[in-house]
Design a protein around this ligand. Structure first.
Ligand code: ARG
Length: 391
């Protein structure tokens, strides 16, 4: 893209790599990327460590909102994009850059997420999507790179992937056939569940006001906690997701993810939240969570509705404090116990033992009132059905 922009527009190019914790295995990659950029003659390259902001302002809100798009995808890519866009705009303004280019195709969600965020923060900024402009296939792109003497590290890389602290996604190639199970080579993080340890591992996650703050009773900062959970989850083959996803633009796409830390955290959070909230709060929170998740998935991070929904989400989360015990075993992560000073569970009321203080005779008065309209409605409906039969 860099060479193509230089050639096509005779432009000076600046490059930017956001560190969202994507290089789990090898952080020296950032240096390699920088060198490659300078070899291509860019004016300046920026690598910006955004891990802490990413965790605090994007991952934690997603956990508080139990953000699982269509019930399964924890938005790992979706929440990275607005942050990258905001940081790119900051750098551009500082350097007097007037055009932002990015590598999104014209088919996905990421272009919406980046373009909308950029335009909201800098309406004057022009956006360039070379992938749409040049209209080359993958093989043509490889040929172009070769002609230009640009080394491509892994020519056989089949999948289009994205990674950060919250997850990894892979698409394209054989994954585009939804009738086939994703092959093992599309996974890079997680152990196959069948090869995971034969003994279960238990972990306890500590939450304060909806935010994970510790593991097994030990306080930890967000980045370390995510890394630790990532390791444990990967070992047990947790967080593999295979999904027929509805993209914002209306296309269906086959998506695969590895999201061990995200999945464990959202499951644990949701369990604790449910424990401390009333059934009315729980039911309404589901609606708000889903709305928040769809808004963020569709790239409208900047929409004021997000902050308005978060006002409610944060209010609810004030009491989501306590700990959740999770059992990890061969691909599954199940909550098995929870504790909170704000739990609404009362053993004295709920127990089936004789010592219960719950007055069961109250049900004689409650059930007739509770069922009154439904019973009436049923009888009326029977009548209507009989009339219909006669006709
Ligand atoms: N479908 C996901 C999303 O829209 C992930 C897309 C990530 N891109 C990729 N090339 N794997 O958030």
């Amino acid at each position: 893209m860099i060479r193509w922009i230089q050639e096509t527009y005779d432009a000076k190019v600046y490059t930017f790599t956001a560190d969202l914790g994507q290089e789990f295995a090898d952080p020296t990659r950032f240096k390699e990327i920088e060198e490659k950029a300078y070899n291509l003659g860019v004016v300046k390259h920026f690598t910006v460590d955004l891990k802490d902001v990413f965790v605090k302002d994007y991952i934690f809100p997603t956990i508080k909102a139990n953000g699982l798009y269509q019930g399964v995808y924890p938005l790992s890519t979706a929440i990275g994009r607005p942050l990258i866009a905001i940081e790119a705009v900051k750098l551009a303004k500082k350097e007097g850059i007037t055009v932002l280019a990015h590598g999104c195709t014209g088919k996905g969600n990421d272009q919406i997420r980046i373009n909308v965020t950029v335009k909201a923060h800098a309406p004057e900024m022009e956006i360039l999507q070379p992938i749409i402009e040049w209209n080359m296939g993958r093989d043509e792109e490889l040929r172009y790179a070769e002609q230009q003497g640009i080394p491509i590290k892994n020519q056989n890389k089949k999948y289009s992937t994205d990674e950060n602290l919250f997850g990894r996604s892979a698409e394209c190639d054989v994954l585009e056939d939804p009738s086939m199970e994703p092959p093992e080579d599309s996974k890079e993080w997680t152990t196959a569940p069948e090869k995971a340890p034969d003994t279960a591992e238990y972990i306890t996650i500590n939450f304060e006001e909806g935010v994970p703050v510790g593991l097994n009773g030990e306080k930890m900062n967000g980045v370390d906690l995510l890394r630790e959970l990532h390791e444990i989850g990967c070992k047990h083959g947790v967080g593999r997701i295979e999904h027929m996803e509805d993209r914002a633009i209306g296309l269906k796409s086959r998506e695969t993810y590895e999201v061990p830390a995200a999945l464990i955290l959202i499951k644990a959070h949701k369990d604790l939240e449910k424990y401390v909230c009333t059934k009315h709060e729980n039911s309404f929170k589901n609606i708000v969570d889903q709305r928040w998740t769809e808004l963020v998935y569709e790239g409208l991070w900047v929409d004021p509705l997000r902050e308005a929904l978060e006002a409610f989400i944060n209010e609810i989360n004030k009491k989501v404090t306590g700990s959740v015990k999770v059992k990890l075993f061969k691909g599954s992560a199940e909550v098995v116990a929870r504790e909170s000073p704000f739990g609404l569970y009362d053993l004295n009321l709920a127990t089936y033992e004789t010592k219960s203080t719950f007055n069961q005779r109250l049900s004689y008065g409650f059930i007739p009132l509770f069922g009154l309209q439904s019973e009436m409605g049923f009888l009326v409906k029977q009548k209507i059905k009989q009339e219909e039969k006669k006709k």
